[in-house]
Design a protein around this ligand. Structure first.
Ligand SMILES: NC(=O)c1ccc[n+]([C@@H]2O[C@H](COP(=O)([O-])OP(=O)(O)OC[C@H]3O[C@@H](n4cnc5c(N)ncnc54)[C@H](OP(=O)(O)O)[C@@H]3O)[C@@H](O)[C@H]2O)c1
Length: 215
């Protein structure tokens, strides 16, 4: 996947664990970031806690202001958040990180009627170019910028421009992008993320990742 120049990146749900981890790493690489939140004051506080070209805004304004939009909200917030963003992301690249995982009554990765959460995203945001990536990248690993980064970024999507953008973001933070195919493969990435959560528990870790051997 060829590299493309990175413009401003909005992180929807950017005040959370994965969003802040990605913001730290991308800001360190010099990428302009807008941290999105439902609450503008929370977004500003999160942005002020980081170093780099970072500001905070409510989610829709963050999406409006950016060239690339990363979705980093939990499953339960996914559909409603995306529905509110449809106009702001039209024609833009959206990289979805979300996993349809539920923790109540035991960890479970839910089946999604569209086939995967990323395919649901492409249906809801039909005017955007959607890729799915970063599902298997640990937020605690990203957040500690003093530590070397590990693992690959597995990417799928039906829009080459969206996959290229996700690959460029991966390279910017020092990770290797791996193209795993079309959005139809996203359900496997989402399941793999659930497996990593189980393995993190088993091995008492918070930072396990996936590296593709032999590539
Ligand atoms: N954590 C990881 O290591 C990791 C790794 C790979 C993929 N992911 C995926 O990334 C996504 C985010 O994970 P996370 O661990 O970063 O989540 P999180 O910290 O629990 O939440 C992220 C942000 O989402 C917003 N949010 C929470 N509940 C919401 C609701 N009901 N409605 C609207 N917005 C809500 C909050 O932002 P505001 O309150 O500021 O609006 C919150 O800071 C998930 O889909 C997860 O599967 C996570």
């Amino acid at each position: 996947m060829p590299a493309i120049p990175i413009g401003t990146v909005a992180i929807i749900g950017g005040t959370g664990r994965l969003g802040m981890g990605l913001a730290r790493r991308l800001a360190k690489a010099g990428v302009p970031i807008v941290i999105g939140s439902r609450d503008p004051a929370k977004a500003r506080a999160a942005a002020q806690s980081l170093v780099g070209n970072i500001r905070g805004a409510v989610n829709d304004d963050a999406a409006e202001a950016a060239d690339f939009i990363i979705i980093a909200v939990p499953y339960e917030a996914h559909r409603t958040t995306l529905e509110s963003l449809a106009a702001a992301v039209a024609g833009k690249v959206v990289v979805d990180t979300a996993v349809p995982v539920e923790f109540a009554g035991g960890l479970r990765v839910n089946r999604v009627q569209a086939g995967s959460l990323a395919q649901e995203t492409a249906q809801i945001l039909s005017g955007a170019k959607v890729a799915a990536a970063f599902h298997t990248v640990s937020a605690p690993m990203l957040s500690d910028v003093s530590r070397p980064i590990h693992g690959d970024v597995l990417i799928c999507g039906d829009e080459p421009a969206a996959k290229e953008a996700a690959a460029t973001l991966a390279r910017a933070i020092g990770m290797r992008p791996v193209d795993v195919g079309g959005l139809a493969e996203a359900h496997a990435l989402e399941q793999l993320a659930g497996l990593l959560l189980v393995m993190n528990r088993r091995y008492k870790r918070r930072d396990l990742g996936i590296t593709i051997a032999g590539l």
